[in-house]
Design a binder for this molecule. Structure first.
Ligand SMILES: NC(=O)c1ccc[n+]([C@@H]2O[C@H](COP(=O)([O-])OP(=O)(O)OC[C@H]3O[C@@H](n4cnc5c(N)ncnc54)[C@H](O)[C@@H]3O)[C@@H](O)[C@H]2O)c1
Length: 256
């Protein structure tokens, strides 16, 4: 397991789901972890779990779509734990709809959280990383950002944008010692987003995630910990020569 002792991480959307899994993994690897989330109660439970690893933890509340709120939350996290070495831009939302039926409000909110949120994270946190000459940023994309899926067109467009932002940020920040990579998960269960998607898919007559994943090369859906293990590697010096990558963790669902 890559050692993150003495490092401080800020993970967005870490109250539940994949972000929670990442926060716990980073703590297990030795990092102190700040959780930035809208859901303060669930975030408090994750903070307690991190502290159970013997790590320091902080909970800061903000909407990642609001840059000023993100900046204020970052300042709070730095005051509590010190300068951020690892930023995981994980917060994201999903609005399932065919493109011709997509409501403007849903389209805009998905972009505000999934794309603006990632840009805000970089704009708020990277300057301090550059000042210290080191840092790792991990952005949460999706396999749909490389491919396409009926009713996931808006979401897929946001995740394609996350991959593009990741590559340009890698070019802009690399010489300053800051690496930027993206993770492209496949179908990950035990998250709120997945439970909501399964409910909506059932309404539309689409099989559940578990049923669809039985046909994958690895024959099962992913778990938050499957994503967290890669995030822990990308956060650490074990990936020191990797930047600008968008890495699939899909059980073989998507291979390019
Ligand atoms: N679950 C999957 O199958 C899957 C697949 C591919 C990619 N992803 C991506 O992984 C990330 C996490 O997904 P998940 O399934 O764990 O979702 P989730 O809904 O279970 O958790 C999302 C977390 O983000 C927080 N959040 C949402 N909007 C926010 C905002 N505006 N500001 C701050 N916090 C906010 C929520 O409170 C929650 O704690 C997302 O970016 C998602 O697009 C998920």
């Amino acid at each position: 397991m890559s050692d993150l002792s003495g490092r401080v991480a800020l993970v967005t959307g870490a109250a539940v789901g994949i972000g929670r899994g990442i926060a716990l993994r980073l703590a297990e690897q030795g990092a102190d972890v700040a959780i930035l989330d809208l859901d303060e109660d669930a975030a408090a439970a994750t903070v307690a779990e991190i502290e159970a690893y013997g790590r320091r933890a902080a909970r800061v509340a903000a909407d990642v779509a609001d840059r000023a709120a993100f900046a204020a939350a970052h300042a709070e996290a730095v005051a509590a734990l010190g300068g951020v070495d690892i930023l995981v831009n994980n917060a994201g939302i999903l609005r399932i709809a065919a493109l011709l039926e997509m409501e403007s409000e849903d389209w805009r909110r998905q972009f505000a959280v999934n794309v603006d949120g990632v840009l805000h994270g970089a704009q708020v946190v990277a300057p301090d990383m550059l000042a210290r000459g080191r840092g790792s940023i991990v952005n949460m994309a999706s396999w749909v950002g490389k491919s396409a899926m009926v009713d996931y067109g808006g979401y897929g467009a946001t995740k394609a944008a996350v991959i593009s932002l990741t590559r340009t940020l890698a070019m802009e920040l690399g010489s300053g010692g800051v690496r930027v990579n993206a993770i492209c998960p496949g179908t990950i269960v035990e998250t709120r987003m997945r439970d909501a998607a399964d409910q909506e898919n059932a309404r539309r007559g689409v099989p559940s995630a578990a049923e669809r994943c039985a046909a994958l090369p690895l024959g099962r859906p992913g778990l938050p910990d499957d994503i967290a293990k890669l995030a822990g590697f990308l956060a650490s010096d074990d990936s020191a020569y990797m930047t600008g990558q968008a890495i699939n963790v899909t059980g073989g669902l998507w291979m390019t």
